[in-house]
Ligand binder design. Structure first.
Ligand SMILES: *Cc1c(COP(=O)(O)O)cnc(C)c1O
Length: 368
């Protein structure tokens, strides 16, 4: 079976882990945590970086440090992962979903203004699958209506929009370092901000709400969201090779595009605005004309040794979120369509060219 993700850990990962063990710095107090935080702050141009246990809790923490009140509305993409919506709901806020844009699968920024109300307080942006969201438009709307920007850059390490790094746009921004991300440490996340106040809250909330002056005294209820030095050691080694990872992911993405040309499926553009696609995943959407949805193709591919994953299922179609949404009716035909007809192919950094070739041959046979 050719797996969807197999990570290349061939840099300094083992050496840095060894260092953790030899020095016995294995908890969140170790030096790699601070180094990884400063790496991510400099990558994004943010002032503060707060390492946490994973990308989902990074979103929870991000929502908890803003001055949001119950009932405030947060505009966000319909086509994303549940972590984004659950963080909004847990903050007591109301998620308001905007449909995807058919070309890039990112939030359709031309639809944001349609859903703004007097309760709208923030726009959550998620850069999807390898291309950035149109941040010029988001910035313009946020300025016009005085809204906060929450930026989930979990799929966009090293990506940029019009010269500004992804993760650098948010009043608060987040990353994930899950095994399949461009910088990985197995499980890990980061919260970034320019605000001293937000950062101080995040540091406290990450660590059980400890009062910095008075240990074991608490004036807020936090969580233990700390990242270990072991995780950060792998993250630092991965960070050193981010440029090489992006270059390799682009090679893999371009190989798939070239070898699958002429088939009834559509990729997001290789280049859009001023950004190259970084292929966090190599996804494709099957043509409507094809009498097969993504699930049927995935089953055929798996029988022939090629693993795939389905696209995100839209937030507006999640029964668990139904009690928390605004109740106003919006149509999301693009997200609904790509959810049913989209899937992504094996493209981890450790995949060989031969494996990509083999996967393409199987895909071609199943669709031919
Ligand atoms: C991966 C991902 C997350 C969640 O990160 P975890 O580290 O898996 O919790 C959040 N948002 C987006 C857009 C992601 O791709």
């Amino acid at each position: 079976m050719i797996p969807v993700t197999r990570v290349d850990l061939g840099g300094n990962e083992a050496r840095y882990l060894q260092e953790c063990i030899e020095t016995s710095w294995i908890s969140s107090e170790g030096p790699f945590v601070r180094r990884f935080e400063s790496d991510m702050a400099s990558l994004t141009g943010q002032k503060h970086a707060i390492a946490v246990a994973n990308g989902s809790v990074a979103l929870d923490l991000a929502l908890s440090i803003l001055d949001l009140r119950p009932g405030d509305e947060v505009i966000m993409p319909d086509f994303t992962i549940i972590s984004c919506a659950s963080a909004v709901v847990r903050a007591g806020c109301v998620p308001v979903f905007v449909d995807a844009e058919p070309g890039t699968w990112n939030m359709d920024t031309t639809r944001i203004e349609d859903v703004i109300t007097a309760r709208t307080r923030a726009i959550m942006v998620v850069h999807i699958y390898g291309l950035p969201t149109a941040m010029d438009k988001v910035r313009e709307i946020a300025d016009k209506y005085d809204l906060l920007i929450i930026e989930d850059a979990a799929e966009a390490h090293g990506q940029s929009f019009a010269g500004t790094p992804c993760g650098g746009f948010g009043d608060v921004s987040t990353f994930s370092f899950y095994a399949n991300k461009h910088v990985s440490c197995g499980e890990g996340g980061m919260v970034l901000t320019r605000s001293d106040i937000f950062a101080e809250r995040a540091v406290r909330m990450r660590n059980l709400g400890f009062d910095p002056q008075r240990r074991f005294f608490h004036d807020s209820l936090g969580w233990n969201y700390r990242m270990t030095n072991l995780q950060a050691a792998v993250g630092c080694a991965q960070f050193e090779r981010l440029d090489a990872t992006i270059a390799r992911k682009r090679q893999i993405g371009i190989m798939y595009r070239e070898q699958l040309t002429g088939l009834p499926l559509r990729f997001a553009p290789d280049h859009w605005n001023e950004s190259d696609n970084h292929y966090w995943v190599v996804g494709a959407v099957l043509d409507d004309s094809l009498g097969m949805d993504a699930l049927a193709l995935a089953t055929k591919l798996r029988e022939r040794g090629v693993d795939t994953r389905p696209f995100f299922w839209p937030m507006s179609e999640q029964p668990v979120l139904a009690p928390y949404i605004s109740g106003r009716e919006y149509e999301h035909p693009v997200a609904a369509g790509i959810a049913r007809r989209g899937l992504y192919f094996p493209a981890g950094t450790a995949i060989s060219n031969d494996e990509v070739q083999a996967a393409c041959t199987v895909i071609r046979n199943c669709l031919g």
